[in-house]
Design a protein. Structure first.
Length: 452
């Protein structure tokens, strides 16, 4: 019964943290959020029902007095710092947050799966070779819908391709236009002056009929059988986030320049466009997910803790820890990708538990008649040992990923370990320091009751 409320709060907030992934536009992340939240909810039910039932039927043992040495001495030292220097701890914490804020502009997204491979791996070496020597391995596809027997539309496609190549962002674009140019030249004894699309729609139709009779499979790679849709393909030289953004902006401008007719519809697609869309979905999912998880955690804590101060402090701490995580990623150049994007939900879901346990222990001390300083000291020295043990166990489990040959896993292990460290440290230092500082402030008028 004594630890029941803290377990419920920890479990429900963990569910809320992982459920934030349900707001992502990425199917895999939604599945991760759904099944992880479900698993945590089942584990919470087991912790509240099955485990106590098993303990009840087991033979009782004598309680063993906890060893007050070792870890207890360290925690008494920590509680002493909190009581003596609360302002210093708060100032250092906010300086750390400010440093993280300056790292946010350096944070970048990277949804290109080839960048998951180490630079010295054979797939990455081959990928870089193709990109440097053969103008790239990923392509951008532009689908043109309209009357493809119309010489004006084909001329517009030709102009679009020439301008796209002139940007230097792609290699030589290829489409039905190139096939008709080569066919027209071949039909005029390879005269270079005839390497162009004919102005006569009837002649274009005859060329296409000839091509269909010779090899319709080759022609079908660039145009549909009804000549209503055509494909322009170009290999992309720079597949980074900035390069992709610049390329798509150039394509948008060229579409407006060459395809102004309402009868023509032009759509860009391909792996490059999908990668760019994935990056946008990662960012949008992070923003909406974090907003949901922060609000959900605040409401849950307020309902269960009945304390504005504890709810706001715990929510602020986990928000600050998440901010520091993104700041560290920015300073270290770790990209936000399909793997590292999961860290924020893990931080909210798991890291919030430390704040809940430390503040629940503080409230329990207050109910037992202790002063604020005594209750903080009892919370740090009592609950602190469990927090440290849990944090060490979690960090030990994730830090092994640092030895992985897969870069995203290495980053994942580092960042989860860091977020658990900052969450545990903040619960043992920041929350007690703010509590001590807030209760020690002189009140000129009347005492402000922070409990509801």
């Amino acid at each position: 019964i004594a630890v029941g409320p803290a377990i419920i709060m920890a479990g429900v907030t963990t569910v809320a943290g992982f459920a934030s992934n349900l707001f992502s536009g990425i199917t895999l992340m939604r599945d991760f959020g759904l099944f992880t939240s479900y698993g945590v909810a089942i584990a919470l039910m087991v912790s509240l029902t099955f485990i106590p039932a098993v303990l009840a039927v087991l033979p009782s043992r004598r309680s063993v007095q906890a060893n007050k040495r070792g870890g207890g001495k360290t925690l008494r030292l920590v509680s002493g710092w909190v009581v003596k220097y609360p302002r210093r701890i708060i100032v250092v914490s906010f300086l750390l947050i400010v440093a993280a804020v300056f790292g946010l502009p350096r944070l970048r997204t990277d949804s290109n799966f080839f960048n998951f491979f180490p630079d010295q791996s054979q797939p990455k070496i081959a990928y870089n070779l193709v990109k440097e020597k053969f103008t790239g391995s990923e392509s951008v596809e532009i689908v043109v819908e309209g009357d493809l027997l119309d010489p004006q539309l084909l001329a517009a496609m030709k102009g679009f391709q020439d301008d796209l190549k002139a940007t230097g962002l792609t290699g030589e674009p290829t489409s039905l236009v190139n096939i008709l140019e080569r066919t027209n030249q071949a039909m005029h004894e390879n005269n270079p002056d005839y390497k162009k699309v004919p102005d006569d729609e009837a002649l274009i139709a005859q060329y296409l009929l000839l091509l269909e009779m010779s090899d319709d499979r080759y022609l079908s790679k660039f145009v549909t059988p009804d000549y209503g849709q055509a494909r322009i393909q170009a290999l992309v030289k720079n597949t980074s986030s900035s390069g992709t953004t610049g390329l798509l902006a150039a394509i948008t401008a060229l579409k407006e320049k060459h395809f102004s007719s309402e009868a023509v519809k032009v759509t860009e697609t391909g792996i490059i466009v999908l990668i760019d869309a994935l990056a946008d979905m990662i960012i949008e999912g992070q923003i909406s997910g974090l907003i949901f998880s922060m609000l959900a955690v605040l409401v849950i804590l307020l309902l269960l803790l009945h304390s504005w101060q504890g709810s706001i402090l715990s929510t602020f701490l986990i928000g600050a820890v998440t901010l520091i995580n993104f700041g560290v990623m920015g300073w270290l150049g770790i990209p936000l990708d399909i793997v590292t994007v999961l860290i924020s939900s893990i931080g909210v879901g798991v890291g919030i538990d430390y704040s809940i346990h430390i503040y629940s222990s503080y409230l329990e001390g207050k109910k037992n008649g202790l002063t604020a300083v005594e209750a903080v000291t009892a919370a740090v020295t009592g609950t602190g040992k469990s927090i440290i043990s849990n944090a060490v166990a979690v960090i030990s489990g994730f830090i092994v990923l640092v030895g992985s040959t897969f870069p995203p896993f290495r980053y994942f292990g580092i960042l989860v370990s860091l977020i658990m460290f900052f969450a545990a440290t903040g619960a043992l230092l920041f929350i007690p320091a703010v509590t001590v500082w807030q209760t020690s402030r002189p009140r000129k008028n009347k005492k402000i009751n922070m409990e509801v």
